[in-house]
Design a protein around this ligand. Structure first.
Ligand SMILES: Cc1cc2nc3c(=O)[nH]c(=O)nc-3n(C[C@H](O)[C@H](O)[C@H](O)COP(=O)(O)OP(=O)(O)OC[C@H]3O[C@@H](n4cnc5c(N)ncnc54)[C@H](O)[C@@H]3O)c2cc1C
Length: 422
């Protein structure tokens, strides 16, 4: 029955028994119609929690070794082929998740990745976060969004999406594990790395690129693109300090926070198109409140240790507008994610343990190009970017500056009132 590969079995167990090896073996044996003694080994493939009913259930996908052991688990490591002399050069602007994965892919394709990143390496970058929190000063090239690893480095590190357009998700998880992320991200239904672990993963990815012969330049803010003699091809980039980099291909992986890049592209005569996006607020709850609601607990009962900090997700339509919760961070923190001093933007993150007493989530509404019509005359195709900037500077004024975010109670927000206390 085993065939040396193991047999995949889906079982459902009550929370209290889900971690118990004997209960797992019994459930698998029953499903296969065999005696539990024939199961030599079990390996977790996927785990998800169903808390819709009071009796919380764990859905487990297990690989069973029947009458024999399972094949040993392959250690995940990635060896990228070394760059050959004369290999085509791909200039990658930005070393966030998109830039990092583009560089790895270039190595696989036999190209030499040369990365230009406006911010600092991840260790130096850390020191620029404290002044944001303590003095309310944002360094414009080194902050929660800019620097090695991009916005992803100090992001929450949630690795799942509601998007139905999916790429090779498993391969991405494996690359993270090969670079030091916990192996559980391969089995969790809602995998998460955590802001405390992400910097070392980012460093390991940097090492892979450098040791294969790629280049990474920090403090290298691209300000112009180089054109071929006939002006039709982009053949490189020029940094703010005058350094020039020529390449066979240029890839902009500059993320959504670099508004100066949109302006640069416009000035360079590239075709841009406005797209819909979403704006909103971030809502914070005591984690115990979310746990009580999602896990059907009495308010005075603590969450059982088998259960992670509870999450939620809300999607609805109000007056033909999509409204949804976004980037829900159980046991997390709200952080100041601005890239300029005259604005306030907040985002959410959490540590691997997710043990903060608060949960937070974005709550956003979709914005269509026609909503930003009043910005169009002055800003043209960048009307949406200007609208976003206007909201963020208004938010800064309302908070009184120094990166203090304006806050109010949800019920007051919904009723259009200022909260007299929090
Ligand atoms: C606090 C926080 C929490 C988040 N939590 C999650 C989460 O849990 N899960 C999730 O999926 N997403 C999360 N996100 C969003 C996620 O981080 C972004 O979607 C992701 O980082 C986008 O990747 P990117 O590479 O496209 O851009 P970015 O990460 O923005 O990277 C762009 C890089 O380009 C560099 N750059 C910009 N302009 C230039 C220039 N002119 N020259 C050179 N370099 C330049 C920047 O410095 C930056 O390093 C979070 C974001 C934040 C801020």
């Amino acid at each position: 029955m085993n065939g040396g590969e193991g047999v995949t079995v889906d079982v459902i167990l009550p929370m209290e028994k889900a971690g118990d090896d004997r209960a797992r073996r019994a459930a698998v044996a029953e499903k296969l119609g065999i005696s539990p003694s024939r199961i030599r080994e079990l390996r977790l493939v996927k785990e998800s929690i169903d808390s819709r009913q009071k009796n919380i259930l764990f859905q487990l996908r297990l690989l069973a070794g029947v009458d024999g052991p399972l094949p040993p688990e392959e250690p995940l490591s990635r060896d990228y082929p070394p760059v050959r002399p004369g290999a085509p050069v791909a200039l990658i602007v930005g070393f966030g998740p998109a830039g990092m994965f583009a560089a790895l892919r270039c190595l696989e394709l036999g190209m030499k990745p040369v990365v230009l990143e406006r911010g600092k390496d991840v260790s130096s970058r850390r020191f620029d976060l404290a002044p944001i929190l303590r003095q309310g000063t944002v360094m414009e090239d080194s902050n929660y969004c800019f620097g090695e690893g991009g916005a992803g480095t100090f992001s929450d590190g949630k690795l799942f999406t509601r998007a139905t357009k999916r790429g090779p998700v498993r391969e991405v998880y494996e690359i993270f594990v090969a670079h030091g992320a916990p192996r559980e991200i391969l089995t969790d239904a809602h995998p998460h790395i955590g802001s405390n672990l992400l910097p070392s993963v980012v460093k390991a990815i940097r090492e892979s690129i450098l040791s294969a012969g790629g280049e990474i330049h920090f403090n290298a803010r691209v300000e112009h693109l180089l054109r071929s003699a006939d002006g039709r091809r982009i053949r490189g980039a020029v940094c703010a300090d005058g350094r020039e980099f020529a390449a066979d291909a240029v890839l902009l992986a500059t993320g959504h926070s670099a508004r100066d890049v949109y302006r640069m592209m416009l000035a360079e005569g590239l075709a841009l198109e406005q797209k819909p996006f979403a704006v909103g607020v971030r809502i914070e709850h005591p984690q115990a409140f979310v746990d009580a609601r999602q896990y059907h607990l009495r308010p005075d009962r603590k969450r059982p240790e088998q259960l992670p900090a509870a999450r939620y997700s809300v999607t609805t339509t109000i007056r033909d507008r999509g409204v949804h919760s976004f980037c829900m961070c159980p046991g997390g923190f709200i952080v100041p994610a601005a890239t300029e001093n005259d604005e306030v933007v907040v985002n959410g993150m959490s540590l691997a343990r997710r043990d903060s007493p608060f949960a937070n989530a974005g709550f956003v509404v979709s914005v269509h190009p026609e909503d930003t019509e009043s910005f169009r005359r002055e800003h043209g195709v960048l009307a949406g970017v200007a609208y976003q900037k206007a909201l963020e500077t208004a938010s800064s004024r309302a908070g009184g500056g120094m990166q203090k975010a304006p806050a109010q109670k949800v019920e007051d927000f919904l009723n259009g009132r200022v909260s007299s206390s929090l």
